[in-house]
Design a protein around this ligand. Sequence first.
Ligand code: HEC
Length: 163
Amino acid sequence: MTVIASGQAVHVVLFPMMRGEMTVEAQHLTELGNQARNADGMPDASKLSAADWARVWRSADRLSRAASDLASPAQIDVVGSQARIETDGSAWASPANEIKRYIDRDRGGFADRARDLGHIAEQFKRAANTHDAGLLGESAARLDEVCEACHLRFWYPDPKPVE
Ligand code: HEC
């Protein structure tokens, strides 16, 4: 549970949300997107069962709720994580207090990135509702970019080398 409603205020703890529903549901959606193709790699709705399409909808709904919480004026807590960005054999990271500062100084930009995720989640739900394998594939192909757009700006705009 990463969102705690206390009175009117929503309180988001970023790390468990990212490690939890964001990672899990994005993975489901990517896998289901790959599954919904024929041998030539073309979109093919018949490759997904009714249960699979329902799974697409549920995963998208979870991402959509997480996106709304991130776009809301929630209190966002960054507890710090062990996450490292590995490039060319070196490890990089941003301390939790820096991540918090990146977010606090541009809540509008953070909310915009969260809304972009919300829009793509809604697109996945439309694909699920209409069993549209083409739209599912397009959405899956764009999902990483949408996650990454926020990460580049608010997670590691200026990462520091770590041991
Ligand atoms: C609105 C901004 C935003 C969006 C959208 C977003 N993230 Fe994140 N994510 C962050 C920030 C900020 C961090 C670093 C904070 C932390 O790790 O505590 C992060 C960290 C992570 C981490 C590292 C967790 C760890 O510390 O081990 C993972 C994994 C992750 N995000 C997955 C995703 C996936 C998958 C998506 C898209 C489905 C996504 N995120 C979308 C802001 C976002």
